[in-house]
Ligand binder design. Structure first.
Ligand SMILES: *Cc1c(COP(=O)(O)O)cnc(C)c1O
Length: 430
């Protein structure tokens, strides 16, 4: 495949945008080659400015569960645009979308809309701190919750420790209140509770982790986590920005029996437009401004165009519950195909699927936490990624990302992708 125009476009972008991209994951830093610059999408396909066509398993990093240019979402957005882009005043579409979410999630009585997942989580943490009157929070190594200061803390050793910021510009004074635990390891959580002098406001977790590759939490672990939180009067927050409406219609909450106190949502909830949300029990949400003292605001929050895209997406998902079975079947077929292709060249691979989410690691042991994930063969992944791209298969450009199936991903696309995997693996292990 020729990438000449994308290479030139990347050079131009580099001159005026740091790293040439507006979000670091897009830069292809961990893989070979230059990121294709996208001209347009159509159903399950992406087209770049060199005219190459790709089967899209990134789907804007999750939001596009109906693929590109879904006609219902497009119509709803265009209708909304014609009424005006933004008012900074209440609209009924916000209540309609809120109602859909409240109906769907048992743990949500009230919900507030924001413009990104980062904002949703940042605000949920503030509310949890305001509600409990405590500063310390617990997060898990390898879980991503957006780029707000107190959450930009990741890898420590396996043991629970007080977090060090993982980016310059984040004051250690802020992250000292973020305690790190190990995913799927309840003892590490208990250690955080023992280490915290003043008590813990909340534990935040991706109940199906998607930002260290796809690593679901074990049911027993979630149950124990719930029990520990109950014991300490600590709020349990499920960050379902990625897994919401992806793992199932209700996200992880359609799979686990464990009920969180608060939930954060994003990605699919905006159908491709910038929307995030956080919600919970009404006693907790009553602490939020203007009902309560915890401040949170946004000029474009609940934007009517974005709400229209989200509402249409959610109603489409709700009206067709069988859809998640179809998406999961395609995801399973794809992962079984990749695994067999790897076996054919004696390369170990572990795979997992949750609804429309899939993940694979070039690794010979199950991945239960971030330390396990780090053991995957990233060099082999980089070669695999390039080989697949050259064969028209657009996978996320890091071995720590999750892949997505949309309703526009056909069986023929899955078959073609598996064939590409056989060819690529044969080539890169020869
Ligand atoms: C993507 C993501 C976020 C951040 O959302 P943005 O819209 O990128 O700010 C937060 N939490 C999880 C679990 C995510 O996957």
């Amino acid at each position: 495949m020729a990438y000449d125009k994308s290479i030139a476009a990347f050079e131009e972008a580099y001159k005026v945008i740091p790293g040439g991209v507006d979000s670091p994951v897009r830069a292809f830093s961990g893989v070979e080659g230059t990121p294709p610059f996208i001209e347009r999408g159509e159903g399950g396909y992406l087209y770049d400015i060199d005219g190459n066509r790709y089967i899209d398993y990134v789907q804007s990093w999750g939001p596009l569960i109906f693929g590109h240019c879904d006609s219902d979402i497009e119509t709803a957005v265009i209708d909304a645009v014609k009424r005006g882009l933004s008012f900074g005043a209440p609209t009924t579409v916000e209540t309609e979308l809120a109602q859909e979410i409240v109906d769907l999630f048992e743990s949500i009585d009230k919900v507030r809309f924001v413009s990104s997942g980062t904002e949703a989580v940042m605000s949920a943490i503030r509310l949890a701190r305001g509600f409990t009157g405590r500063d310390d929070i617990v997060k898990f190594t390898g879980c991503y919750h957006g780029h707000s200061d107190s959450l930009l803390v990741q890898a420590g050793s396996g043991a629970a420790t007080f977090g060090n910021p993982s980016s310059p510009g984040v004051p250690a004074d802020l992250t000292k209140h973020t305690l790190l635990a190990t995913y799927n390891d309840i003892e590490s959580v208990k250690q955080c509770f023992a280490d915290s002098k003043e008590g813990i406001a909340c534990v935040i977790i991706e109940p199906i982790a998607g930002n260290m590759g796809l690593v679901p939490a074990e049911e027993q672990f979630l149950q124990e986590l719930r029990a520990v939180c109950n014991e300490h009067g600590t709020l349990l927050i499920f960050d379902e920005v990625m897994s919401g409406f992806r793992a199932s219609l209700k996200g992880a909450q359609g799979i686990t029996k464990v009920k969180p106190d608060m939930v954060t949502l994003g990605k699919v909830i905006g159908g491709g437009m910038p929307v995030g949300a956080f919600g919970g029990a009404k006693e907790i949400m009553a602490h939020l401004s203007p009902e309560g003292p915890v401040y949170q605001a946004g000029t474009l929050s609940g934007n009517p165009v974005a709400m229209a895209a989200g509402l249409t997406s959610l109603r489409k998902l709700k009206s067709n519950p069988a859809l998640y079975v179809e998406l999961a079947n395609r995801a399973k077929t794809l992962m079984e195909g990749f695994k067999k292709a790897a076996e054919a060249v004696n390369v170990p691979m572990v795979t997992d699927v949750r609804g429309s989410m899939f993940g694979f690691f070039f690794s010979d042991k199950p991945v239960k936490n971030f330390a396990d994930a780090l053991e995957n063969d990233q060099k082999l992944f980089a070669k695999f990624h390039k080989g697949m791209l050259d064969r028209g298969v657009y996978l996320a450009c890091s071995s720590f990302e999750t892949g997505f199936i949309s309703t526009a991903t056909t069986d023929a696309m899955i078959e073609e992708s598996i064939k590409a995997a056989y060819e690529t693996l044969k080539e890169i292990t020869a």
